[in-house]
Design a protein around this ligand. Sequence first.
Ligand SMILES: CC(C)(COP(=O)(O)OP(=O)(O)OC[C@H]1O[C@@H](n2cnc3c(N)ncnc32)[C@H](O)[C@@H]1OP(=O)(O)O)[C@@H](O)C(=O)NCCC(=O)NCCS
Length: 341
Amino acid sequence: MSTFEIVALDPFDAPMFDAWHAAYFVAETHGREGTAAPWQLEELRVLMQQPSGRNWSAGWCGLVAGEVVTAGWLQTPLLDNLERASLSVHTVPDARRRGHGTAMLAHLEQVALDRGRMLIGAESSWGYEAGADGVGEPGPEFLRRTGYDLALSDVQRVATLPVPEEVLGRLAAEAAPHHAAYSLRSWSGRIPDELVLGWAELTASIATEAPTGGLELEPEVADVAMVREQEDVVARQGRAKYNTVALDAEGAVVAYTDLATTIHEQGRAYQWGTLVRRAHRGHRLGLAVKVANLRLLQRERPDITRLVTYNAEVNEHMIGVNEQLGFVPVARLGEYLKRLA
Ligand SMILES: CC(C)(COP(=O)(O)OP(=O)(O)OC[C@H]1O[C@@H](n2cnc3c(N)ncnc32)[C@H](O)[C@@H]1OP(=O)(O)O)[C@@H](O)C(=O)NCCC(=O)NCCS
């Protein structure tokens, strides 16, 4: 029987990187061909080739007879959450249940420990019908077996675009009297200079202001240089951003929503964050920014027919907003956590 060997991934070695991504991709999409939302090859290549000021990132190949059968990926935040790491393990279907995933996981945990990280996050997706704890599904079973606890249950939803303009117009008109003291601003691409500080501050708080279950996250550091760095990465990845903010009477950014398209997946867009500052909740700003952003997307990108979003299952308010826009549940995403001893 061939032995399993773990070697470090060189993101500049094209054949090696392509094989690593192929293993990740086939494992992530297996059995979920209609709903999986994996990173595309060129998106991940750009991400892993470019050192980031916010996140350290590295990959490993699990080889059997020279073929990549397991892909490992580890990221550690560099500016905040300094006790944390996030990992992912993917084994191709033909090589499962032989201990390769467990061996890769142990390797990644050791690297995390060597980097001083004790709190390890991992995610896994499965079909909606399998229920919130994913009993019998490979990812949840594997993570439970290796000591991870489900800290937050998310649901992936999809909307078919275009949402009819009469629906968007009605929702916008219903919300408008509630947010008369605020103005909305929508744009595609780079964040205007006069908004970027407010944007950095608001988006940095989404990890802790949105429901986090037992994830033990700290607020992120707000950093304009990091926002600009991410914009550069996004552009090099072939992705395009569509954004809407709400401004109060002083011009402060109090709510935002953003979504992205990618040249690597025709017809698809991904909803990213949506957040209303606590002090400004109750004015239907969440609905207002989402509707305005969707109108922008539909105006500029009539080729987009599918919008994908994730919400914590407990986030009833945001789910209510999404249901009004026609989103339907298609899959689950579990966010898991383990504290290394
Ligand atoms: C989860 C995954 C990485 C497991 O890879 P693997 O190489 O098969 O893992 P292992 O062989 O080390 O499995 C270890 C244990 O996990 C549990 N397990 C793994 N797959 C399982 C399944 N389909 N059903 C039930 N238990 C399972 C079992 O206890 C297994 O031990 P056993 O085979 O002795 O019963 C693989 O199925 C995969 O790539 N899934 C998609 C990506 C994903 O969800 N990754 C996990 C989080 S990052």
